[in-house]
Each structure stands twice: as C-alpha cells, then as structure tokens.
Design a protein around this ligand. Structure first.
Ligand code: 13P
Length: 282
C-alpha cells in the first residue's frame, strides 16, 4: 500500500498498549529485509533515516526505495526522518514525501528547542505530517551525532514543551543511549511514568539496541508507543556479510553476501516486533 503517516499507527499503539517498532535503514537491502519482517509479522512499522544516512544517498533515494517496498507490502509503513538536525532538512524531507518528521533540538537551550520544534510542527501541520521532537538528551553515539552529557527529561518541562510546540510525539531521555552499551543500562522508569501522567501525546524511546527485552516491555507498559532500533540492525546486516565472506572469500556477487545480511536483519526485526507487541496489529 502507499506510505502512511506515523500518526494513526502510533495513536492506535498508544491506545492499545503496544509500541510501533521504528527501524533505521541504510540501503535497499535493509529496507527490503525490514519490510519482509513486517509482512511476516503482520506488523505496522516505521522505517527511518538519520541525517548522516541521508547524506550517504539522499532523501529522494530512501524515499524511492521505501515507497516502492511499501507499495508491494500489505502492512502500513511510514517513512520517518530520524534526528532531523535543522529546519531546512525537515522541510526537504517533507517535500520529498517523508510521512513523519523528527526535529531534534535537544542540544539547544530549552527556549530555543521550543522555538525550533514549534517552527517545524507549524510547517508540517497543513500537510498533516506528524512531528516528533526530543526533550532531554539521549546519550551515546549514533553516526556522527554524539552526546557525552545526557540529561533526563523533566516532566514539568515536558508539559510546557508539548503545549508550546504543538509537536505530535515526544522522545524522552530516561537513561537509554544510542549505540552500544558498556554495561546494562539503568533506566529511570519512574520518570517515564511521571511524564506519561502529565503528557498525553505518544512518547518515543530512543537507543533501544542493547536494552534487555524485558526493560523495553516495561517502558511500553509505562507509556512508550514508538521504539527506535538502529545499531543492532547495522550489526546484524554487517555480521551476515562478514560471515559469508569468511566462507566464500572469492565471492564477487553482492547478491550472495547481501542475502545473508538481509536474512539476519529480517530475523532480528521479527524479534523486535514481538518485543514491541506490534505483531498482528495492522
Ligand atoms: P540504537 O542505535 O541504540 O538502536 O538507537 C536507535 C535510535 O534511537 C535512533 O534514533
């Protein structure tokens, strides 16, 4: 079916107590592998690209890939700009046909984050394209974004932020980080519950790679309705290729080694869909 926005799927997830899996994709193979997993799980999903991924191949290339794969699929798929880092990039994604936009002003001062997020939300509203913003800082490193100084989301600030910006979902910082964790992450789940009590728009968990399944499920029970997975997918795809190369070092056909990477990604995404509880929710 044609691409859908993330709005209805997240609202339904929010209401029914599960989460939509949001999967970062880097190339055509990962797009196909993620959508295969969604089809096999009968799950709605969000495919997303970061600014550095966009830099690699262009918004139009990811749009064409994801729109074509979604058109072949029976499950609802949204294409989301992850961590949009400027008003201009958010507008380019909107014009290209992305059906969901994140503007990440979390590194700015509170008032500046409000101003930037509101500007993007105002610009996307006439096209009914949902906008995710971030308040508090998710730590760690993803692509060329890094944050050594994570800061947790304050519930009172969240109320003001949502009221003044008009964004449609909010990424919260509760102790997760992008990339690989050194130890087991310690999540401030009470803070998440406190935010949920006072903020009514859907909440988003970033940095879910490496977070134990039970901890992700607990966050969903406490009100998360979109969970982002990137690093684990990249590892699964790359490991598949490395394994194949080891067994057949003279290979020169990318279809052969990419197939193993794709199989790994499909298996992993099916597991994450079960963790999110979004299977059979189309
Ligand atoms: P991970 O790389 O930790 O899965 O984080 C993904 C993410 O939050 C993308 O925005």
């Amino acid at each position: 079916m044609p691409l859908v926005t993330s709005k209805e799927m997240m609202a339904k997830a929010d209401k029914e107590g599960y989460a939509i899996g949001a999967f970062n994709v880097e190339n055509m193979e990962m797009v196909m592998a993620v959508i295969k997993a969604c089809e096999e799980s009968n799950a709605p999903a969000i495919l997303q690209t970061t600014p550095s991924t966009v830099k690699y191949a262009g918004l139009d290339m990811y749009y064409a890939n994801v729109a074509a794969a979604a058109a072949r699929a029976r499950v609802p798929i949204a294409l989301h700009l992850d961590h949009g880092n400027s008003f201009e990039l958010a507008m380019q994604a909107l014009r290209t046909g992305y059906t969901s936009i994140m503007i990440d002003g979390s590194k700015l001062e509170f008032e500046d984050n409000i101003a930037l997020s509101k500007r993007v939300a105002d610009a996307c509203r006439p096209s009914d394209i949902p906008v995710e913003a971030e308040l508090g800082k998710v730590g760690g490193k993803e692509d060329d974004m890094s944050c050594d100084d994570p800061g947790y989301t304050d519930p009172d600030d969240a109320v003001r932020f949502v009221g003044e910006t008009g964004v449609t979902s909010l990424a919260v910082a509760i102790g997760t980080a992008h990339g690989i964790y050194k130890g087991e992450p310690k999540l401030d789940v009470e803070r998440l519950s406190a935010i949920r009590k006072v903020v009514s728009i859907p909440l988003v968990l970033h940095g879910a790679s490496g977070v134990p399944d039970e901890a992700v499920k607990d966050c969903i029970r406490r009100g998360i309705s979109k969970v982002n997975f990137a690093t684990e997918l990249r590892i699964a795809f790359s490991n598949g290729i490395k394994e194949y190369m080891k067994s057949d070092p003279d290979v020169f056909d990318p279809k052969k080694y990419c197939a193993v990477g794709m199989k790994n990604v499909t298996e992993l995404v099916k597991e994450k869909i079960l963790v999110c509880g979004s299977n059979d929710k189309t």
